[in-house]
Design a binder for this molecule. Structure first.
Ligand code: K7E
Ligand code: CUA
Length: 652
């Protein structure tokens, strides 16, 4: 075992800083300004982009939608974070989406979106994304672009190696980045080694409606499970997870988790484990985790606490789990479109390690093991190795594929994308990125059928690429044309939050089925006001329910009296428009939450607790017609002991 000393780590840090400065002068020499390249990204007014790109928001907790090649941002989809722009997480209907075993958690750190697949190809039904901080997985509809479901993961901490899906979207996986005591308990931190566990969760996806269910958790040794990808084609049925900190250090990991020359890629035969649990295998253990589901018919989410989880001890299922030694604290774990090559990106190395699925099977068959870790067989490095890419770069992180036999790997430290050939492992091209690139994305680039026209590099450091905006700049994406032998940098665009990973898909798969309105006739919200004659105000003790309708350009009712200080006023508002792209907003002065943005045919509820006597206005926040400014109303608030009757009206 080779030791990495402090000075190497310090050097890596320095190289990173210098790369940031040195490359800044190269701007004019990379061809980005040539008119030929300008044409490649120019989407003329009125024309539409060729691809959607869904970028994780990182610490924004959300998912942003961009067009490629234009780099125009179309939407921010709220997922794990409250979003005042639409009222997500503020409205009564969506608050349950953010419920967890820790209570209401209105934020997360989202890293890896992945689009649903059928037979290994993008089918564009849903997109999944992980919450890294309070371990969760979300499912978002690619018809409504709304978050429909969030499931929490028990026994986990730092859900990083997620949310990747299997070839027919049988499962979406989650792997714990931080191993923890399972079950959680009060114990000394320095007794980590041998006592903490790393849970790999397999969440099943209903093929019809996409509903999630935590089917089983594999209780692995207490390493850090960093990234993962499914097998595909011949390796369908397997899942591969990179690990680091196989040293099981609990402090100063930058040194103590860099001791082993090799960590592992864990190869999981999930089909075997599925069979084992279907035959009654596994142990049920008590748990407490939230399962939140948004119903499109009622426009309302419900949160259920689940109390049990099925755990699997991997040593009880022979032939299901193996370790593949992989150098230098690997980060990315990527599988090529054929399913034969598993690429481990050792973030402290220059070379890429490519394992062969065929060779792995042969080694397992021949029982050629190099010892074991906690009862899990370790395969011999030389027996599973397919090849090494001598990259010449430093700090490889992530790899994507173009479907034409090429792979593209990002290098954080040397700030570049390197193109290399699968099978021969030769480097074909390299292009700088600005700066310190993390993930990269080719639409469909982690499926059996990539659309290898562009690669998007997602950079961590922006520096001089844009006009300064104070100490922090938005992160920067860079678009490369990859249709030729050499990559060509053709565009820069800012991205919101911190896009770790992204998922791209041809627009023609999604655009035709994108939802235009919600049909009012199909609105099943129990508090909906489907006809204006149903508009009313009702009191139940100190709760007041306002059943309100809205259409261009008024609210029904718009004058309400008989509300008292100390009341809890629920506005249940139904948008009667049945026209594409005509939402109305609703905002109430002094409400301790946000506005609501209500889609055509939809009902949303906002709670307001008036604290002061007076006559208080509300209004529509979205400029919806020439008379939008007239779309307003008043609520009269009387003293708590007043006896003014409830009344409501419009146009009287
Ligand atoms: Cu940013 Cu995939 Cu969370 Cu690498 S991860 S960069
Ligand atoms: Cu409705 Cu503005």
């Amino acid at each position: 075992m080779k030791k990495i000393n402090y000075s190497i780590l310090a050097l890596l840090g320095l190289v990173m800083v210098f790369t940031g400065c040195n490359d800044s002068g190269k701007k004019s020499s990379n061809g980005a300004l040539s008119s030929n390249n300008a044409e490649k990204v120019y989407v003329a007014p009125g024309e539409q982009d060729e691809f959607y790109a869904f970028m994780s928001g990182g610490y924004s907790g959300n998912l942003t939608v961009y067009g490629l090649p234009s780099g125009r941002m179309f939407k921010e989809i709220p997922v794990f974070s409250q979003f005042p722009t639409s009222g997500y997480g503020y409205s009564e209907e969506t608050k349950p989406m953010l419920n967890t075993s820790f209570g209401f958690v209105p934020w997360d750190d989202s890293h890896h979106p992945d689009i649903s697949q059928t037979n290994g190809e993008l089918d564009g039904r849903w997109i999944f994304i992980n919450g890294n901080n309070t371990p969760r997985i979300a499912r978002i509809s690619l018809k409504t672009f709304e978050t429909e479901e969030i499931i929490e993961l028990p026994n986990s901490a730092g859900n990083h190696s997620s949310s990747f899906i299997t070839e027919n979207t049988e499962y979406v996986v989650a792997g714990t980045r931080f191993s923890v005591p399972v079950p959680q308990r009060d114990m000394p931190i320095n007794e980590y080694k041998g006592n903490f566990k790393g849970a790999l969760s397999f969440v099943s996806v209903d093929p019809e409606d996409g509903r999630l269910d935590l089917k089983f958790q594999i209780m692995m040794p207490g390493f850090n499970y960093d990234l993962s990808h499914p097998g595909r084609g011949k390796s369908h049925g397997w899942f591969f997870f990179t690990t680091y900190n196989t040293e099981e250090a609990n402090s100063l990991l930058e040194v103590n988790a860099s001791q082993n020359d090799k960590d592992f890629i864990a190869a999981i035969n999930w089909k075997k484990i599925e069979e084992y649990v279907n035959n009654g295998g596994g142990t049920k253990m008590p748990a407490n985790y939230a399962h939140n589901v948004y119903d499109e018919g009622t426009h309302t989410a419900t949160s259920t606490m689940k109390k049990e989880v099925l755990t699997v001890d991997p040593t009880k299922v022979p032939g299901a789990v193996y370790f593949l030694p992989t150098p230098k604290s690997p980060h990315g774990c990527d599988v090529d479109p054929s399913g034969n090559y598993i690429i481990g990106n050792g973030k402290l190395s220059a070379d890429l390690t490519v394992h062969s699925f065929d060779r792995m099977l042969a080694a397992i068959e021949g029982k050629k093991f190099d010892g074991e870790a906690y009862g899990i067989p370790i395969l011999k490095f030389e027996d599973v190795l397919a090849g090494t890419v001598k990259s010449g770069g430093l700090g490889p992180l992530h790899t994507e594929f173009d479907g034409k036999g090429n792979a593209y790997t990002t290098f954080f430290i040397s700030s570049e994308v390197v193109k290399w050939k699968l099978g021969t492992w030769e480097v074909i091209d390299r292009k700088p990125t600005y700066y310190s690139v993390g993930h990269l994305m080719i639409p469909g680039g982690n499926s059996a059928k990539p659309f290898g026209k562009y690669v998007v590099a997602m950079n961590k450091i922006t520096k001089d690429r844009y006009l300064p905006t104070g100490p922090e700049l938005e992160h920067s994406a860079q678009l490369y044309d990859i249709t030729g032998d050499k990559m060509e940098l053709i565009y820069d665009f800012p991205t919101h939050g911190e896009p770790h990973y992204a998922a791209g898909i041809p627009a023609e798969i999604l655009a035709p089925k994108s939802q235009k309105i919600y049909k009012l006739a199909e609105n099943k919200h129990p508090m909906a006001t489907l006809g204006v004659n149903d508009a009313r105000v009702e009191r139940k003790g100190n709760e007041v329910h306002v059943y309100m309708a809205m259409i261009r350009s008024h609210f029904t009712p718009d004058n309400i009296e008989g509300i008292k200080v100390g009341d809890k006023v629920y506005f249940h508002i139904t948008n009667h428009e049945q026209d594409f792209d005509v939402p109305h907003g609703f905002a109430m002065i002094g409400a301790n939450n946000s506005e609501l943005l209500i889609m055509p045919g939809q009902t949303k509820s906002l709670v307001w607790e008036p604290k002061e006597v007076g006559v208080w206005p509300f209004y529509c926040t979205d400029f919806c017609s020439a008379l939008h400014q007239e779309m307003q109303g008043y609520v009269r608030v009387s003293p708590a002991n007043s006896n003014i009757d409830l009344s409501w009206s419009l146009g009287e």
